[in-house]
Design a binder for this molecule. Structure first.
Ligand SMILES: Nc1ncnc2c1ncn2[C@@H]1O[C@H](COP(=O)(O)OP(=O)(O)O)[C@@H](O)[C@H]1O
Ligand SMILES: [Mg+2]
Length: 255
């Protein structure tokens, strides 16, 4: 589903004598339905705040989030799926129990949700682990459970906030490959926040590069490299270099 962020500003008011914090200033962005867009920017610039505003967990001080613009029947807010870095799995539920939790809350009958859940268990490489608890799973598996739990709900928009941030680099690479393959099959609309430029280049159709706080868009970089991507190939490297240059110029401005 297409998504438009229109001149969004966010100021957190100061509490108890603290100064107010301006996190976003006139932030505008268009996300094409079925595309994977990454947002990269310095730590603390407001990336999570952008996702929280899209999800409706935070209210913008001004500006609008519009869903489905340019589509036949625009307007209705779709189901928005969220994936965080820290998995946020239910520790008392098994893999299958976690994956089917959303369906259960929606009242989907047991037989139907278990059948659908098992399809996701297989598609996410979790066969044989469906009755295990989160503490028995590796980091990569836990994150696959978290992503499966979100995607099984067929959300109109998926927000991922540094989802691979706590994984070791080997697991991180394989999770990126997994997500890229999954996205090519499903074509979910994904907004992927990361401060890892390599990851953004490997995964995205577009990369939005942000300034430090208050976050504004410095540049939108189109990643036209063919998929599946070769992360060490010349095409990916050229884009990686230009994104790093943009970020480097931004941080040198800060001194
Ligand atoms: N609820 C809040 N109240 C006050 N300040 C906040 C709140 N949430 C985030 N901030 C501040 O907003 C800035 C941006 O935060 P965040 O969106 O989490 O950045 P990022 O995800 O890019 O690291 C930070 O300086 C943070 O301290
Ligand atoms: Mg963040």
């Amino acid at each position: 589903m297409d998504l438009v962020l229109e001149r969004i500003s966010k100021i957190f008011p100061g509490i108890g004598g603290c100064e107010s914090v301006e996190v976003l200033k006139d932030f505008s962005c268009f996300i094409n339905g079925g595309s994977l867009l990454s947002i990269v920017g310095p730590s603390g610039c407001g990336k999570t705040t952008i996702l929280r505003i899209i999800a409706g967990l935070e209210k913008a001080s001004s500006g609008r989030v519009l869903f489905g613009v340019g589509e036949a029947e625009p307007g209705e807010k779709p189901l928005v799926g969220l994936v965080f870095q820290d998995y946020a799995l239910f520790p008392w539920r098994t893999t299958l129990g976690n994956i089917t939790a959303g369906l259960e809350f929606m009242g989907v009958p047991l037989k139907e949700r278990l059948a659908k859940g098992m399809e996701y268990v297989s598609a996410f490489g979790l066969d044989g682990f469906e009755n295990r608890y989160p503490k028995e799973l590796s980091g990569g598996m836990k994150q696959r459970v978290a992503i499966a739990r979100t995607l099984i709900m067929e959300p109109g928009v998926v927000l991922m906030d540094e989802p691979f941030g706590s994984l070791d680099s080997q697991t991180r690479n394989s999770m990126q490959e997994f997500l890229a393959g999954l996205w090519e099959e499903r074509r979910d609309t994904i907004i992927f926040v990361t401060h890892n430029v390599d990851e953004a280049v490997f995964l995205s159709d577009d990369i939005i590069v942000l300034t430090s706080r208050p976050a504004r868009v410095i540049e939108r970089v189109k990643v036209l490299c063919k998929r599946p991507r070769d992360r060490t190939g010349i095409e990916c490297n050229t884009i990686r270099r230009s994104v790093l240059d943009i970020l480097g110029r931004e941080s040198s401005k800060l001194g």
